[in-house]
Design a protein around this ligand. Structure first.
Ligand SMILES: [Zn+2]
Length: 307
């Protein structure tokens, strides 16, 4: 298992062990196994609905696997876990930012293949493994245009979109992700607190933030838990959800993330409950499915509160 003990000097260093993980994806069967085990880990955390982020182009690049085989393997793996454990799983497909350098499948190819597996792929996730993150405004015009048209295609095909912003890059990147890419959710978005206008905007528009506290510490984006802005975001009324980012890399689980909130940020039971229900509201399920999941989760809370 690959875990990060010390905070990385930057995001690039933080993500570098993924290159070793990539060696696991040697064929469709192995890909299915990895996907199955990822779901199994979530089941152990009592997760009832999981949106699993996958990097199919990255995974295919190690052994030159056909992209379709990678998708098939992942879908096979998660379906097997769903049948066995009764959990519901959907996928968010993420292209590889440096696909040209890696000679990997392009973001458009990943999107096209995602549409073939639309039964399970509900969203598209954009992030960049560069030291700069996704600082949209400073990108060359061509790259910006490439991403704008990609995001447009994602939406046209009915997929939801999450964009990493306000993690390494500043608060403005959050606005750019919303304005130019029409992101439905923001990956991290913690640096929104650095700009009152941006903060006000995401609070008013109820833009969901995927907060990953441990990841921010391990990646070195936030120096210490004390300095993490989660309380500030919560106090201001931001729509926060709690996530693990890469649980293996970050040496965390959903349970651990909630524990951190209780121990280090004094979150109460009712606040945690709200955070969990926020995750349902912000999920990429359709309204009917959301209602159904919401009911299921509420039932768990009622049982817990009447114990
Ligand atoms: Zn992330």
């Amino acid at each position: 298992m690959i875990e990060i003990d010390k905070p990385a000097s930057d995001l690039h260093q933080f993500l570098s062990p993924l290159k070793i993980l990539g060696l696991c994806f040697c064929n469709k069967k192995a890909t299915a196994r990895v996907a199955y085990e990822a779901v199994e880990d979530a089941v152990k955390e009592n997760v009832k609905y999981l949106e699993l982020i996958i990097g199919p182009a990255f995974e295919a690049s190690f052994y030159n696997l056909p992209l379709e085989e990678v998708f098939k393997g992942i879908v096979e793996g998660i379906k097997k876990a769903e049948e066995r454990y009764g959990i519901k799983v959907n996928l968010i497909a993420g292209p590889t930012f440096k696909w040209k350098e890696r000679k990997a499948y392009s973001p458009l190819q990943v999107l096209e293949m995602s549409l073939k597996f639309k039964e399970k792929v509900v969203g598209f996730g954009l992030s960049s493994e560069t030291k700069e993150g996704m600082p949209f405004s400073s990108w060359p015009k061509e790259l910006r245009q490439e991403y704008i048209s990609l995001a447009r295609k994602v939406k046209e095909h009915g997929l939801s979109l999450t964009v990493h912003a306000g993690e390494i890059s500043d608060a403005q990147s959050v606005m750019d992700a919303i304005k130019y890419l029409e992101a439905d959710r923001i990956g991290h978005g913690i640096r929104s607190t650095e700009n009152s206008k941006v903060l006000k905007y995401i609070v008013e528009k109820r833009v969901p933030l995927e907060i990953c506290v441990s990841s921010n510490i391990k990646s070195g984006v936030v120096k210490s838990l004390k300095e993490h802005p989660i309380r500030k975001l919560w106090k201001q009324g931001a729509l926060i959800t709690i996530n693990t980012d890469d649980p293996t890399l970050c040496k965390t689980t959903s349970t651990k993330e909630y524990e951190i909130l209780i121990r280090k940020f004094s979150f109460s039971y009712f606040e945690l409950k709200k955070l969990i229900l926020n995750a349902v509201t912000s999920s990429f399920l359709d309204e009917k499915e959301k209602e159904c999941l919401n009911r299921k989760i509420q039932e768990y809370f009622i049982k817990l509160e009447n114990r």
